[in-house]
Write a protein that binds this ligand. Structure first.
Ligand code: HEC
Ligand code: HEC
Length: 326
């Protein structure tokens, strides 16, 4: 944050400097100085002015987000909560927060010690680092209250009140209070494992400028304080909720009808036409095996492993959702 603040001040200084040079060039006696100097310095003034404006905007949104205080909350940690939390975490979080292998990528295995630098791995390391956190009580989260963990999941705000870069793009603000508490109960029940490398965000100034300019996609709507899940069952309505904790809507768009490309991710197709060609049995088989009926496997960009861990009813609800007109 301090580094980015210093860069911001330098860039504002350059804006003023080139603004002044533009003024001097335009008032020069020689015509060529007027034209070449005025245009050159003018252009640089505009570029630095835009970088200052968007950089300041991006930094304000990250370091001083409009976030509520952490709620006063104590999660009981009943066996039912822990079991529900385990089910949700194994579907939603393991893909990113699992232990990393020697290649630095998540193995999908416990412990949930994190350490995957998603920005570097996915080709947007030019905006800084984004490393998954250790979710066991052996790392940073040991010092979080239940309310602070709730605030991470509902509002994507860390203990210092800063916005979490990657988490803010994930759909957990739509998880019910009950499920959010179940996830907290489960994280607390994990055997503690120490954090080995650096974790968390380190967005650089370019990242701040790009985020301020809205290049990472639209900011999600503000989260409500209380969220209730639809009644559990094999319905399209509950299937939409399954598509939330199953991450499908995070990638395939809020209505699971596909999502356009942004500067950090490619376009994602609408899954519905393909799912509509399948029976429930075929859909279940595709999601459990990662292979389509024509023998084509899903590429690595499509994390079918999330869905493969869902129970039969949740997969049936997901099928009902994807085969119902949104
Ligand atoms: C797409 C990958 C991804 C998924 C899926 C994901 N996370 Fe994260 N998570 C991250 C990254 C990266 C960070 C580091 C901060 C950031 O960039 O948001 C993080 C940070 C965190 C933190 C630390 C917040 C802090 O205050 O520093 C917690 C807690 C957390 N995640 C919990 C979860 C839980 C629980 C789930 C599943 C419900 C989950 N995450 C799913 C990528 C992910
Ligand atoms: C990390 C992003 C991501 C997530 C999360 C994700 N998908 Fe996908 N999905 C993709 C991409 C990318 C493709 C296109 C793969 C390709 O090129 O064939 C895809 C393809 C598909 C297809 C095949 C579409 C077709 O016409 O061939 C289906 C069906 C699908 N996804 C369903 C789901 C479901 C259900 C979930 C939730 C359990 C889900 N996806 C979660 C990224 C994602």
């Amino acid at each position: 944050m301090i580094g980015n603040l210093i860069i911001l001040l330098v860039v504002i200084g350059l804006t003023v400097l080139f603004g002044w040079l533009t003024y001097r060039a335009v008032r020069a006696r020689k015509l060529w100085v007027k034209i070449v100097g005025g245009l050159g310095a003018g252009l640089l003034t505009l570029i630095f002015a835009a970088a200052s404006f968007f950089g300041a905007k991006g930094m304000a949104a990250t370091y001083f987000p409009d976030a509520p205080d952490a709620p006063d909350l104590t999660v009981a940690g009943t066996p039912e909560q822990i079991a529900r939390g385990e089910y949700l975490v194994d579907i939603a979080c393991v893909g990113c927060h699992s232990q990393v292998g020697t290649d630095g990528r998540p193995t999908g295995q416990h412990p949930l010690s994190g350490g995957w630098n998603i920005a570097a791995a996915e080709g947007f390391g030019f905006i800084g680092d984004m490393v998954t956190e250790n979710l066991t009580p052996g790392g940073k989260l040991a010092g979080y209250s239940d309310g602070e963990l709730f605030r991470v999941l509902r509002y994507s705000i860390d203990q210092q009140g800063h916005e979490l870069g990657m988490m803010s793009f994930l759909p957990y603000r739509e998880l019910s209070n009950e499920d959010t508490e179940a996830i907290i109960a489960y994280m607390r029940s994990l055997p503690p494992v120490p954090t080995t490398g650096v974790t968390g965000d380190k967005m650089n100034f370019l990242g701040a400028v790009m985020s301020g300019a809205g290049l990472f996609g639209e900011a999600p709507p503000p989260a409500p304080t209380v969220v209730t899940a639809p009644p559990q069952g094999v319905t399209a309505e509950y299937g939409k909720y399954v598509a939330t904790f199953g991450e499908c809507r995070g990638c395939h768009g809020p209505d699971a009808t596909g999502a356009p490309a942004t500067s950090v991710s490619p376009a994602i197709p609408n899954p519905r036409p393909f799912v509509n060609t399948l029976t429930l049995e075929q859909f279940t088989a595709v999601m459990r095996s990662g292979v389509k009926p024509d023998g084509q496997p899903f590429p690595e960009t499509m994390p079918w492993q999330n869905a493969s861990k869902m129970n039969d009813d949740d997969l049936a609800a997901l099928y009902a959702y994807l085969t119902t007109q949104p």
